[in-house]
Design a protein around this ligand. Sequence first.
Ligand code: ZN
Length: 128
Amino acid sequence: MKKCRSCKDTKEINEFAKCKTGKLGVRGTCKKCRSSYMTKYDRDKFIQSKVTQGGYIVYILNNEDYAGKTVNLEKRLSNHRHNNKSVRHEVVDIFKTNEEALYVERQLHEQGLRGNPWRLRKSINNNN
Ligand SMILES: [Zn+2]
């Protein structure tokens, strides 16, 4: 358990985004506070700048209980939109390495979010 710097709530560690330099390996503010920091415009610009730096993006589709990882969010979302036109997404975090992004994505899948089946299978095997 960890106290969020912003809302002062004590939450499970998995409610915080992973951060190697942070205490307990997570950020000081919870995911919920963090996602409300920025306006959609700011966040889009922030994400775009990260994307051009070559980040690995972990995202959630709110109305599908789906968690995924991509290096090209716009392209990935347009694929999702193909199936569901009103898809709403939320970026969980952006990572420098694929391993960090996979780790977080796997945690989301373990919390019950859907995802690419091969990754899900892999994560189950790794735990056994
Ligand atoms: Zn918080």
